[in-house]
Write a new protein. Structure first.
Length: 324
């Protein structure tokens, strides 16, 4: 096995290295991207793991950090490269979504642009680095500090049967009850897993944790998913462990519910709730306590998240759900 490098950070066969890649200058400092490289020195899968794409997704950051700290070269076959916090500036600023310097959601700008603003430059470096060193990708996400979220897996269907099969199997191994299978005509554009999948690299997302918390049970959801996927890929020994009584339910479309009126929002439908079109999800009241809008589901499906903010304006995001 050869030396594996991410920028100036390198690990030879049998080595485990932690270091930083200097990405771009700030007015008085430099943005540095942390990375672990674990090189077993033996043939095997080349796996990349990312977390902290959004600054307050603390559960994924904790799970990625634990895996990186606890894994020794002798524990795996092949290599494991871990980026524990991608959106470093958002993490430092506790920004719920964007890279503060340019206001971009980095997970909508892949494959990025080396000559673009910080989000685009970071996405380009990450995309190019992962495509060079990995043949499978695990991406850890969760509800941000303003979002209540029900755990689910995500994959992207490219139309290439073998890649799509492996991505779906990886998403299933997060052992969460729902999977959102995006595609070219549905879901988000510019996501890291979609762009890597288009390049023939199977990739999957695990979503767990919410509201700016770092609950141990949510961290363990991610840890179980990571371990299952590493077993499936052949990085570590053993068979994946499944706790669900049935395979996860796969959804290929999603819906969003936004406020039409300003006021004080009360969510009535818990995350994980199955809804029909027209079901009441919540209410918006004015400051006198009068209801100004009944928030209803536009489609049948399952509620995966809602925004915890009480004060809303026209266009404010309220709910996200999955549907067939």
């Amino acid at each position: 096995m050869a030396t594996v490098s991410i920028g100036p950070v390198s690990a030879g066969p049998g080595e485990k290295v932690f270091g930083y890649v200097e990405m771009f200058e700030l007015p008085v400092s430099v943005m540095r991207l942390p990375v672990w490289i674990i090189n077993s020195g033996t043939p095997g899968p080349r796996v990349a793991m990312t977390a902290g794409m959004h600054g307050t997704e603390y559960v994924g950051i904790e799970a990625a950090t634990r895996i990186a700290r606890e894994t020794k070269p002798a524990d795996i076959r092949g290599t494991l490269v871990v980026f524990p916090v991608v959106n470093v500036l958002g993490f430092e600023a506790a920004d719920v979504l964007a890279v503060p310097t340019d206001g971009q959601n980095i997970n909508r700008v892949f494959p990025g642009d080396a000559n673009g603003s910080p989000s685009f430059a970071l996405a380009h470096f990450l995309f190019d680095s992962i495509r060079r060193v990995a043949d499978a990708v695990i991406d850890l996400h969760g509800g941000d500090s303003a979002q209540a979220l029900h755990p689910f897996g995500v994959c992207y269907e490219t139309g290439e049967a073998n890649v799509d099969r492996r991505s779906m199997e990886m998403a299933e191994l997060f052992d969460m009850p729902f999977i959102w299978a995006m595609g070219p005509q549905r879901g988000h554009s510019g996501m890291m897993i979609s762009e890597l999948s288009k390049c023939g690299i199977p990739a999957a997302i695990g979503e767990a944790g919410d509201l700016g918390t770092c609950r141990e049970e949510d961290v363990r959801l991610h840890l179980r998913g990571i371990t299952n996927i590493l077993k499936y890929l052949g990085s570590i020994e053993g068979a994946p462990e499944r706790t669900l009584p049935a395979p996860p339910e796969v959804f290929r479309n999603d819906f969003r519910v936004v406020a039409r009126r300003a006021g004080v929002f009360s969510a009535l439908a818990p995350i994980g709730t199955r809804v029909r079109a027209g079901d009441l999800l919540g209410v918006i009241k004015n400051i006198a306590g009068d209801t100004v809008e009944e928030v209803k589901s536009p489609h049948p499906g399952v509620i995966t998240s809602f925004q915890s903010a009480r004060v809303v304006h026209p266009g404010s995001r309220l709910y996200h759900g999955l549907m067939p």
